[in-house]
Design a binder for this molecule. Sequence first.
Ligand SMILES: Cc1cc2nc3c(=O)[nH]c(=O)nc-3n(C[C@H](O)[C@H](O)[C@H](O)COP(=O)(O)O)c2cc1C
Length: 167
Amino acid sequence: MKTLIVYSTTHGCTEKTAIKIKEFLKEDTILVNLKENSNPELDNFERVIIGGSIHAGQIQKRVKVFCQTNLQELKSKELGLFICCMEDGETAQKQLLDAFPNELHEFAKTSAYLGGEFDFERMNFFQQLIVKKVAHVKESTSTVNDISIRKFSRQMTTIFNPFLFLV
Ligand SMILES: Cc1cc2nc3c(=O)[nH]c(=O)nc-3n(C[C@H](O)[C@H](O)[C@H](O)COP(=O)(O)O)c2cc1C
């Protein structure tokens, strides 16, 4: 199945995660960074995966605009949604819910938060200050979770077979 992964990344974590998903899918998969192409053509793809990262509780505006612009067409695709973030548990789950329109959550085959990283080398002075003050983190760290990424990728490719219930 032809798959498009569209993503937005601020410091590179979501991009690395999107690349890992592509590797796990092992199928015909194209990656598009919304910064380089804000509205890629969807016609050729049966499956679309959308990813972004959370800063101050919000996903990138580019992701929101892409979702709103293509809302109807996205509902006709096999859809996956993911975020990268440093929160965990209920907060991460709420960030995931808020990141994408309800209509897309309803249609999505799977959605997940897949961990995140604080990369001090790629943050500007103010971002470093915020992370030190708010998250009390002083050096680069990663919670990117390969097991969750593999699970997300597997769920995307799982074929639902209603006849299994009859066996
Ligand atoms: C300034 C700043 C604010 C952040 N705010 C949040 C936040 O509100 N919630 C959260 O879970 N993670 C937050 N993060 C962590 C990012 O989501 C994490 O670094 C993510 O991996 C970034 O992905 P990216 O490199 O693709 O942009 C913040 C990070 C920075 C640098």
